[in-house]
Design a protein. Structure first.
Length: 536
């Protein structure tokens, strides 16, 4: 694949502004860049799902598969196997092959040959066996006659990944393939892609996933690509060196400019004094000083020119991460107790869970996709009634919740300010803006629509909301999904330093390693592993 001078704009904003690169044999590219830089736009353009303004994409006959992020609702009543066959296109091929084989003639022999070649390219005769192998690797064990509507978010992603792999295309475009996947599926997919000879471009915020697969980095920023012939960790190290060099250049330019400004001010003062003096004789001491000062005026032009020639480089200094939560310090019970709790709905239920969660406990909720992790969390939040048992919330517990869908509880016209102040009386706005600044949210952005924010920006706003409310129990459901590096680092800093209770669902390996987990709970099996005993 050769991409040349690709340009895409939305509402007069240049998202891709002359992107050019080539994708060579066995290239495994990590496409990185801040949220909003155009990574998904680029992948959709390459996949032909987006019409570009200008530029060219040459594939030389190579086929492309693009990992979609969701299954449209129109397929809710399809069975899993029906949906997979339709998306791959093997259903139509099978039907046409059956018809042609039953009605072979000289007139349809060419069509038969064309159809059989397409069928063989998809390894059609071994399709169901191949499907079972992929789904087994992804730890997907649902009945293939199950309706799509009954799948969890993670199970749907597994189906979409299976479709991508079974299409057997030459180039794979993967946009956030690990979002909502359980760790077993992530590890299998990681190994599969690592061993594959396919060309691929991957967008992911799972750093370990990228580091274990990528052979090259494409950094997309301000509409253009910068290439790094490095693995992901080496790329990060190089970027840190680049940042320090840019910081030095920026600091030196500022200091040099300030020094010249002072020299120019002083020279102007001397010149002004010289122009206001009159010489009376050669022996006049004042006249001698006057001569020196007149000579000094010759430096003014040089200093002014030197000052104007100093360019301050464009540079955004990293804001130090300092996540500070002032928790509700009122005395009283801040514990949560689960008493023979069974969660679920319809034909699904978890095992009975009995667990004491003292204030300050860090709990990681484990389990494969569809095992009931989010159902369990929503039961604690009283959004779903328990099938049996009790959730006992301490009198002074203040719960803050960030769900997988950060748009779920908002109105279309919510601004940042109205979202944060909803249902709050006599709020101290000055305190609110101090808290917003801590999470790098500008006062000038207070009237921005919440729904227009990037996932990282919405996460910052929600963390600010929890800090404002002095939340002492955080419930975080796959909070790292879709976040850029800056927002991820904010989350990492939060979970390392937060002294309240955290109940967390995440398959992000770095996140889980930083959580300092006290208890691991498998909700499907009702199994509790108390790591406090191991720590002691």
């Amino acid at each position: 694949m050769i991409v040349n001078n690709l340009k895409v704009s939305f509402s007069d904003k240049n998202v891709l502004n002359g992107v050019s690169f080539s994708l060579n044999n066995k290239d495994k590219i990590a496409l990185v860049g801040p949220n909003g830089s155009g990574k998904s736009t680029l992948l959709k353009s390459l996949a032909g799902e987006l019409i570009v303004d200008s530029g060219s994409i040459k594939t030389f006959g190579e086929t492309i598969s693009y990992l979609k992020q969701e299954i449209p609702h129109v397929f809710n009543d399809y069975s899993i196997i029906e949906f997979i066959k339709k998306e791959i296109g093997i259903d139509k091929l099978e039907k046409r092959l059956n018809y042609l084989e039953a009605n072979l003639s000289e007139e349809n022999m060419n069509e038969y040959g064309d159809i059989i070649n397409k069928f063989l390219a998809l390894d059609g005769y071994n399709f169901e066996d191949n499907l079972k192998i992929v789904l087994s690797g992804l730890h997907f064990d649902n009945d293939l006659e199950t309706k799509v509507r009954y799948l969890s978010g993670g199970e749907k992603i597994k189906i979409l990944i299976a479709i991508l792999l079974l299409k057997n295309s030459d180039i794979l475009l993967l946009d956030e393939p690990t979002n909502n996947l359980d760790i077993e599926a992530i590890l299998w997919l990681e190994n599969y892609l690592k061993l594959s000879n396919k060309k691929m471009i991957i967008v992911s915020h799972d750093e370990e996933f990228l580091n274990n697969i990528a052979t090259k980095i494409f950094e997309l920023n301000e509409g253009k690509i910068s290439e790094y012939n490095l693995g992901y960790n080496d790329y990060l190290a190089k970027k840190e060196i680049e940042y320090k060099r840019q910081l030095d250049d920026y600091t030196n330019a500022i200091e040099k400019k300030e020094k010249l400004k002072k020299q120019l001010t002083k020279a102007n003062e001397w010149a002004s004094r010289g122009l206001n003096k009159k010489a009376h004789s050669d022996n006049d001491k004042i006249a001698n000083n006057f001569a020196k000062e007149r000579t000094n005026t010759a430096n003014l032009g040089k200093l002014s020119k030197a000052l104007n020639e100093i360019d301050i480089p464009n540079f955004k200094e990293k804001k130090p991460i300092n996540v500070v939560f002032d928790l509700d310090d009122s005395k009283g019970n801040k514990d949560i107790i689960l008493d023979n709790l069974v969660c679920g709905y319809d034909n699904f239920r978890t095992k009975s869970i009995t667990l004491s969660i003292p204030f300050g406990t860090k709990i990681r909720i484990d389990g494969k996709n569809g095992s009931g992790k989010t159902t369990f969390v929503k039961t604690i939040l009283c959004e779903i009634q328990p099938i049996s048992g009790k959730v006992i919330i301490g009198k002074n517990v203040k719960i803050g919740y960030i769900s997988q869908d950060t748009l779920a509880s908002t109105e279309n016209n919510d601004t940042i300010l109205s979202y944060l102040t909803k249902d709050k009386n006599n709020i101290d706005l000055s305190q609110l803006f101090i808290i917003l600044d801590k999470f790098d949210i500008s006062y000038n952005d207070k009237d921005k629509l919440y729904m227009s924010l990037s996932p990282g920006e919405r996460t910052r706003v929600n963390l600010a909301k929890m800090a404002l409310e002095k939340t002492n129990v955080l419930i975080l459901d796959e909070v790292t999904n879709h976040l850029d590096t800056e927002a991820l680092n904010l989350i990492y800093e939060l979970i390392k330093n937060y002294i309240g209770t955290i109940i967390s669902i995440s398959h992000n390996r770095k996140y889980n390693s930083l959580l300092n987990t006290d208890i691991i709970l498998d909700v499907e099996k009702g199994k509790v592993e108390n790591k406090c005993l191991i720590k002691k």
